[in-house]
Design a binder for this molecule. Structure first.
Ligand code: ADP
Ligand code: MG
Length: 478
């Protein structure tokens, strides 16, 4: 038997976790072509799992198994790659905690004294399924070189634009709904610019009380106002030679807009209560979720400041328009928070993916990450399901078949043609490219009639056609 210090060959290897190993079992495993690697403690088991790609584990529950034993085991069995088979003594499944533990963390269980075939079947099956999962597993989405997850066309275009913005010094304005990643974009631009090694200073204009915003941006001298006990360097000055990110600029009060404009025009600031002009070299990136054009129109935002800030403009796509990226981002969120769950989570179920794709995500990526994080904690099974996500049902209305759509389109087209031609059937038929007889038949099939109250009821069997004689009757749809 291997000990924890020998390298692990992961093919047909079973990690045997037991504080009192059963020598007979180990010999049987070896004789059956399994290499058993023994771990006496959960810490040792964790180290082995870290080192090798262990597909199968056999965990022998102690006869006097307590909840402490179980939670220590659970922490190392939570990893998704290993399929565990529990070895228990008769009667242990009657213990609520143990049966819950087996359901949550184990692929199967065998009862001692084990039956050779049963044990081989369970281990072989666990190994097979684990290999299957590994070959199908999509690589865990990682942050790309722009620090973001996303491969859809809109994101690819955003990446290209970020690269372009990186090489110039011009101000960039980032538009987009809340939670779409405006701040990430600002950071990515900074990282790709020659200022990358310098400070990136972000300030959220909406989060600071208007009366304090100016002091926060420009700094103040000692005694500038009551409570200004010492000199404070403002955010603009601390971004010298780096990038200043003005977040939620749409919420900036008017007085502050005027001072900011002066700084953008002249490249100098004055600390509050001071009179020295200080030259500051910063690259400005701004963002807001409000419609800045509308704010300018309404007089809430200065148009001269708007033009200074929006030299280059990027727009973050809303999450609902990112297609398959929703799944990538959900898996990314799962990989970040997987450890928060009480249970070993294998992933997202397909109904969860469907529910996420149908949801509109008003809070965008931020909402999706929080939603997955909450589901990790709340989920009861091995996969996060649609109900764990707690998303409202998509309101798509009743399902409509293609035949229903066609027939509605046909009825609408006939009705409109009839209306346009004042119910002169020959003209309506000519426009529709059908014979008068066919039009009559279709009107009948679609239960489209001329209004009998108009004087002349339509007669699908031929005869007088009121419309054709130039009389107009309001149609009545039956
Ligand atoms: N494409 C993305 N990939 C990974 N995480 C993202 C992505 N977009 C946004 N996020 C995450 O979502 C949250 C909101 O992003 P943020 O940049 O603050 O959005 P905004 O400024 O538009 O409100 C942050 O936690 C951010 O890391
Ligand atoms: Mg933001």
């Amino acid at each position: 038997m291997n000990t924890p210090c020998t390298p692990v060959d992961t093919e047909r290897t079973v990690l045997y976790v037991s504080n009192s190993p059963d020598q007979e079992l180990v010999e049987f495993l070896a004789a059956s072509g399994w290499q058993a690697v023994h771990a006496k403690s959960t810490a040792a088991a964790e180290r082995l799992i870290e080192r090798g790609n262990i597909k199968v584990g056999l965990v022998q529950l102690p006869d006097d198994c307590t909840s402490q034993h179980l939670s220590a085991l659970a922490s190392c069995m939570r990893r998704a790659e290993t399929n565990w088979v529990a070895q228990i003594v008769p009667g242990q499944t009657e213990n609520e905690l143990i049966s819950r533990f087996i359901l949550d963390y184990c692929f199967d269980f065998v009862t001692r004294p084990w039956l050779n075939d049963r044990l081989m079947f369970a281990l072989g099956h666990a190994h097979g399924l684990s290999s299957l999962r590994q070959t199908r597993v999509t690589p865990e989405p990682s942050l790309g070189r722009h620090g973001m997850v996303g491969q859809c066309e809109a994101m690819q275009q955003l990446y290209r634009r970020i690269d372009k913005c990186g090489v110039t010094n011009a101000p960039v304005f980032v538009a987009g709904e809340s939670g779409t990643g405006k701040e990430l974009t600002a950071r990515a631009i900074h990282e790709r610019s020659p200022r990358a090694g310098r400070a990136f200073v972000a300030i959220n204009c909406a989060a600071i009380p208007p009366s304090l915003l100016q002091a926060e941006l420009f700094g103040h001298e000692r005694g500038a106002f009551t409570g200004a006990l010492q000199r404070k360097i403002g955010r603009i000055e601390s971004a010298h030679e780096g990038t200043l990110f003005l977040d939620e600029i749409g919420d900036m009060p008017h007085e502050c807009q005027a001072v900011l404009l002066r700084f953008l025009q002249e490249g100098t600031i004055e600390r509050l209560g001071g009179n020295a002009l200080i030259h500051v070299d910063v690259r400005v990136i701004s963002a807001t979720h409000v419609d800045l054009d509308k704010a300018v129109e309404d007089g809430r935002f200065r148009s001269d400041l708007y033009h200074r800030l929006c030299v280059l403009r990027l727009v973050e796509p809303p999450l609902r328009e990112r297609g398959g990226d929703i799944k990538l981002l959900a898996n990314y969120a799962l990989s970040m928070y997987r450890q928060d769950g009480a249970r070993k989570l294998r992933g997202l179920s397909s109904d969860a993916i469907v529910a996420m794709s149908n949801y509109q995500w008003p809070g965008n990526v931020r909402e999706l990450i929080n939603c997955v994080r909450r589901a990790v904690v709340m989920s009861e099974g091995r996969f996060i399901t649609a109900s764990d996500l707690g998303l409202p049902e998509a309101d798509n209305g009743p399902a409509v078949t293609l035949a229903e759509i066609r027939s509605k389109a046909e009825k609408d087209a006939i009705e409109h043609a009839l209306q346009r031609h004042g119910y002169r059937l020959s003209e309506a038929a000519a426009e529709l490219g059908i014979s008068r007889a066919t039009l009559y038949r279709l009107m009948h099939a679609n239960r489209l009639h001329q209004d009998p109250a108009g004087g002349r009821a339509s007669n699908p069997n031929g005869g007088t056609d009121a419309g054709d004689e130039g009389q107009r009757h309001a149609p009545s749809l039956v």
